[in-house]
Ligand binder design. Structure first.
Ligand code: PLZ
Length: 429
């Protein structure tokens, strides 16, 4: 097998520079809570491929389902010749998402594509154009979703012009705005009414816990207030659960924690154990407002990806991975709080279930938007972690947040090892 160094040389001559990788090691195999590189080194996985392999990498049921489906047929295009697995995934999405109303789903390939389609559907159903998004939001890298995404570097820099009729309002960010949920919602709503007008809003689009933007958990009451305002305004309330979905936060979907029933929800990542699949699910009258043939794509709801999703969902049910995510929080949070007590640069420990974060700041310094972010410290901790064999990601508008996203099937021993490496990374960086 070629070494990582060999592969890196080949890569430099063949792969575009714009596509970068966090670590210089190439993967050989992965499963449970670990990944092994081609040089034979084992890593503890606190990344899960950015919240994708919730059921673990190469999860046995997923592997078997993929193999079986690949042997029967690999592709027909659902718009040409339909098949059961697509229908079954849509049935599962209706069952697993909140709300006792009639639901419909459509399947796509990536998170960004799901978000684009949710926007298309909301605009079509309401006959309105304006889309409200939030500070620190991340919704993808396609042209429309770049416009919906807040952060310029690296996502938007030099890639404009961007799509129109997108309006950004402040997000509830307890560490930085000090506002209660209802206060933060009042501020956002005031701006929408002033700058957009309630009657022009097609959709309010929000991540119930922001992912790339910094694992920002809005203050209690913010999401319900935004959902209620949306309903009142006749706008579609869309929860982007692409990163938070499929048991990640200790529930099937993060909007459940505050009893919010989104009109539409976008899913991807964890849905199919690593195969590319995404969905838009929601109220039948909104979804079905679109004319036949108005939604689609060559690969959307590919049969192998759908088979993988059904197996992944089975696994989540049978192993009760929502409970596993809550248990990861129970084990990790005390350790993270202890770490924060030792390292003054940890300004906040936050998150839900197996979506946990440490926000790093300059101790004792406050700027216009709260504690001064320390992205250099986050980068140094991540680098030290990588040297120690821990796959650890950063995130945040300011790049100063360390995030923990282990596969939900990580063993107690692997979790303990990973947390130990994180502690060591803080001590040695
Ligand atoms: N919505 C909430 O988290 C993807 C992006 C990583 P795609 N997040 C990881 C990167 O740098 O590209 C994401 C998300 C939320 C939408 C998306 C987009 O999903 O499957 O990457 O298109």
């Amino acid at each position: 097998m070629p070494t990582s160094a060999d592969l890196h040389r080949r890569r430099s001559a063949a792969v575009a520079r714009g596509v970068s990788s966090m670590i210089p090691s190439y993967v050989s195999h992965a499963g449970g809570g670990t990944m092994t590189d081609v040089d034979g080194r084992e890593w503890v996985d606190f990344a899960a491929g950015i919240a994708v392999t919730n059921v673990g990498n190469a999860a046995p049921r997923v592997v078997e389902a993929v193999r079986r489906q690949a042997e029967r047929f690999t592709h027909t295009c659902f718009m040409i010749a339909p098949y059961e697995a697509y229908v079954a995934v849509c049935e599962q999405l209706a069952e697993l998402t909140r709300g006792s109303f009639e639901k419909r789903s459509a399947l796509f390939n990536s998170g960004a594509e799901a978000v684009e389609n949710a926007v298309k559907i909301a605009r079509h159903a309401t006959g309105r154009q304006a889309i409200v998004v939030f500070d620190h939001a991340y919704h993808g890298r396609t042209n429309l979703t770049m416009a919906l995404t807040a952060k310029v570097m690296p996502y938007k820099h030099g890639f404009g012009p961007f799509a129109g009729e997108i309006y950004r309002v402040p997000m509830s960010y307890p560490l930085r705005d000090g506002r209660s949920g209802p206060e933060a919602a009042a501020l956002a709503i005031g701006q929408i009414e002033k700058h957009v007008g309630a009657n022009n809003v097609a959709a309010v689009l929000i991540e119930p816990i922001q992912g790339e933007g910094g694992f920002v958990v809005p203050a209690e009451g913010f999401l319900p207030a935004m959902a209620a305002w949306s309903r009142e305004a006749g706008a579609v309330f869309i929860a982007d659960e692409i990163q938070t979905g499929f048991c990640r936060t200790g529930a099937w979907f993060a909007s459940e924690h505050e009893g919010v029933e989104p009109d539409l929800i976008t899913t991807a990542k964890g849905i199919a154990g690593g195969l590319p699949l995404a969905g838009v699910t929601g109220r039948a009258e909104i979804m079905d407002a679109v004319h036949p043939g108005g939604l689609g794509g060559t690969y959307g709801g590919n049969p192998i990806a759908c088979a993988a999703a059904l197996a992944a969902i089975d696994t989540m049910r049978e192993l009760d991975l929502a409970a596993a995510a809550r248990r990861i929080a129970e084990v990790a949070l005390p350790r993270l709080h202890d770490l924060a007590a030792k390292h003054a640069e940890i300004g906040e420990v936050r998150g839900r279930g197996a979506m946990l974060a440490l926000e790093l700041v300059v101790p004792g310094e406050t700027g216009v938007s709260g504690p001064v972010p320390d992205p250099a410290a986050a980068a140094a901790v991540a680098k030290a972690a990588h040297e120690l064999g821990l796959l650890l990601l950063t995130c945040g508008t300011y790049g100063n947040v360390i995030r923990l996203l282990p596969p939900l099937v990580i063993s107690d021993d692997e979790l303990d090892r990973g947390l130990g490496l994180l502690e060591q990374a803080f001590a040695t960086r």
